[in-house]
Design a protein around this ligand. Structure first.
Ligand code: SF4
Ligand code: SF4
Length: 357
């Protein structure tokens, strides 16, 4: 048995996690997610759109958290805040700085090493940072970190929702006793519907049900095709992702924190983008990029989840919505773009700008 007992090991593990830079820590055993039926219904309705990795084998693994890493018994679930107090802008806050995946994976590995040293034995473990076939929010709720808001995000009562979730899956034998946290049972949304009311594309079909195919985050980051025309105007000046249903949440208004992690600080090119002129300048800059510019500008950035042509498609939509005659030249130059989707979105944007004139 671990000296000091299960509760002592959990307490020291959490202290170590906070020392490594994590803001939230919960411990849970692995099992079937409480939201399994809701997840199946969501897939059945086709709300995942082109995110086919969530269905099929991906869904089978997600239906039981014991499956993704055979032998794992526990998950240490970790939250890292990324600066919900930063001003709003055309790029979602989480994507303005360095890519969080590697940073959080390293920290999660460091926690694993600490656990091995402390228990004095090798422990089979695997870090997941927004990457494995697991329902992270379900796991976080199970580990006591918060409840599912009506906006489908995990809300922590002391931190709001602007944080990354990662986890360390670990196989603990009977010789290592680790206390777990009670699931977060309460629903503290009450009668609030701010997030549902604020969504510009009305992507929620009901509380806690998001039709991703209508969500701006999906449309600007995941969708590989054309953005449906009826939705383009509703995207407004958002170029990459959307924070609106988090911005309006009272738990964020009250509890979200200032940016503390320098790696997540906004890159210079996004700093002026909060103003209408700044957004237009950023959109034009993206339209003028070639592959080398894109690689240089977004080296080590989470934004590279969207390929250059996707960012250019998004930039056309933004300029179609907020552009002026000054933006027409760069939009018209897109008529020679190699991607038909970009050409079509640029032509649409030119039409929108001209209509406004
Ligand atoms: S991220 Fe934006 S578009 Fe998506 S559900 Fe929230 S408010 Fe709606
Ligand atoms: S805005 Fe209101 S309903 Fe939506 S998640 Fe926050 S508290 Fe819940």
């Amino acid at each position: 048995m671990t000296p000091g007992g299960a509760a002592d090991l959990a307490r020291r593990l959490k202290a170590q996690a906070f020392g490594l830079g994590f803001d939230l820590v919960g411990i849970t055993t692995l099992g079937e997610p409480a939201t399994r039926a809701a997840f199946d219904a969501w897939l059945e309705a086709g709300h995942h759109g082109e995110m086919s990795y969530l269905a099929g084998d991906g869904a089978t693994l997600r239906r039981d958290a014991r499956r993704p890493h055979a032998g794992a018994t526990h998950a240490i679930v970790l939250g890292t805040q990324y600066g919900g107090r930063e001003p709003g802008g055309p790029v979602a806050r989480y994507a303005r700085g360095d890519d969080y995946h590697e940073l959080l994976r390293e920290r999660t590995r460091a926690l694993h090493h600490w656990l091995e040293e402390t228990t004095g034995r090798p422990l089979d473990a695997r870090p997941y940072v927004d990457s494995g076939p697991i329902l992270e929010r379900d796991l976080a709720q199970r580990a006591g970190l918060g409840w599912f808001g009506k906006n489908t995000l995990l809300i922590n009562p002391g931190a709001g929702s602007f944080f990354f979730l990662s986890s360390l899956f670990v196989a603990l034998g009977p010789e290592v006793a680790l206390a777990t946290d009670a699931p977060f049972a309460a629903d503290r949304c009450g009668s609030c519907t701010r997030c549902l009311d604020a969504c510009p594309t009305q992507a929620f079909t009901g509380p806690r049900v998001l039709d991703a195919t209508q969500c701006i985050s999906y449309l600007t980051i995941e969708l590989r095709g054309a953005i449906p025309e009826p939705l383009r105007a509703r995207i407004g000046a958002l170029l990459y992702g959307c924070d609106i249903c988090q911005d309006v949440c009272p738990w964020n208004v009250t509890f979200t924190t200032a940016l503390r992690e320098s790696a997540f600080a906004s890159r210079e090119m996004f700093l002026d983008a909060g103003s209408r002129e700044g957004t237009r300048a950023l959109a034009r800059e993206i339209l003028m990029m070639d592959a080398a510019d894109y690689a240089a500008a977004f080296k080590g950035s989470a934004i590279k989840r969207a390929k250059l042509w996707m960012l250019q498609r998004n930039a056309c939509v933004v300029l179609g919505n907020v552009g002026t005659a000054e933006d027409l030249a760069v939009l018209e130059a897109m008529g020679g773009h190699a991607q038909e989707i970009v050409r079509e979105h640029a032509a649409w944007a030119v039409g929108q700008v001209q209509q406004r004139r």
